[in-house]
Design a protein around this ligand. Sequence first.
Ligand SMILES: Nc1ncnc2c1ncn2[C@@H]1O[C@H](COP(=O)(O)OP(=O)(O)OP(=O)(O)O)[C@@H](O)[C@H]1O
Length: 447
Amino acid sequence: MATFQRLGRRGVAIVAAVLFLIYTVAEAAAGSKATTVVFLGIGLGLVRWWFFSFAGRVRRGWPKLAKALGLWQQDPIKRLNEEFSYAWPKITKVKQVPGGYLVRVKLLPGQTPSALGDHTDGLAHAWRVFRVDASSPARGVVVLRAWVADPLDKPFGPAEMGMPGLLDRHETPAAPPVKELPAPARDPWAPNFSSVELGRCDDGSPWVLRLHGTHVLVAGVTGAGKGSILWGVTRGLMPAARAGLVELWALDPKRMELSYGRALFQRYSSDAAEMVEMLEDAVAEMSARAHRFAGKVRTHEPSVDCPFVVVIVDELAFLTAYQPDRDLRKRADAAIATLTSQGRSVGFCVLGALQDPRKEVMNLRNLFPDRIALRLDEPAQVDMVLGQGARDRGAEADLISPIPSVGAGVGYVKRETHPEPVRVRAAYVSDADIDRMVGDVTPGGAA
Ligand SMILES: Nc1ncnc2c1ncn2[C@@H]1O[C@H](COP(=O)(O)OP(=O)(O)OP(=O)(O)O)[C@@H](O)[C@H]1O
């Protein structure tokens, strides 16, 4: 009975009319035996749909779930002798999409999308799915995107994604175009510099990280997969670096990460004093460019004479917080602050990795316009990296799995056009990929 009430009078009438039509046609065309078979088939189909499909399960449990989530409203009583009746937001459509389902819900008057958006965790548990996202594509409507499984739970490499970046040294590179191709460029020869494709977003779209005109901070505990971002950027910029349009400067205090592909970097150091000198050289070159450009050029266009310089710092805190030499620490702080505040428009980008966002590097954090939160220790650190309120809006970087195959390289980013954080996973750049890149740049090296 309750089911019929939920269907509404119009729904019951439509179902009855359709069944009657099928009955009449089947009876006239094939006789009563065939009609019984047809009706048995329809009955079994309906039972299967109602009890075993996701759509049936969601619709069946919806009134109870809506009550539990506080979405019921008491309907006004029209006549005095009438019983109390309640209304709840109706599911108008359940549609299967790659990786899950879209559940469209019509809100009751006075309800806002947050009535459902605040309960996405509860909905995911009730529906036994990995995650639920809520959006409101139209007034009075909420679309709940149910992810049946985590789309990013399996590691993948750049090659299997067909991502641009690697060159095959046995082929002849095309002449470097002066202007880059539109991102994300899938042509592995494209000396792309403004952005690189690093992996995948959890809606399946490519994760493209902007580099030219910004600075990027990557924060994550040890083992979070910061290396895959640093190597992903290196890999993505390799064709442009070979063409002379990009220079990669590597500061590698831990010596365990970037030293593996040392030949890929135009400048490399793991010595504290030398690293600070490199930063100061970058500041000096930046100032010289600013002087040259003043009044003539407003945006930097990379060329062989004036390349885009990406300064990769594997552990920023080593220079700005843990460095025991106070003078070096101060010089590093000053150089990074100058580079990040003034270097964007003259072709400098700092890509810094950081294990602990609470340390003194915090002061510099806001100078990095783009930030990536990989696995972090505490919820509060998510807001420190991505900005106030990011954790509440779904950036659960503190809940990323510590199991490397499941959670390494997984993180959250904020896009300029979207207030909501986006979950991403970086492709894993393996030692073999790095060897191949080194082979590509080393004369006579093995491909
Ligand atoms: N994108 C990825 N996909 C799958 N596995 C990954 C990915 N990135 C890293 N890993 C795995 O996680 C391990 C740790 O990664 P990585 O060394 O990059 O972490 P890290 O954040 O740089 O740690 P640390 O700060 O200690 O250097 C790697 O050895 C690799 O096995």
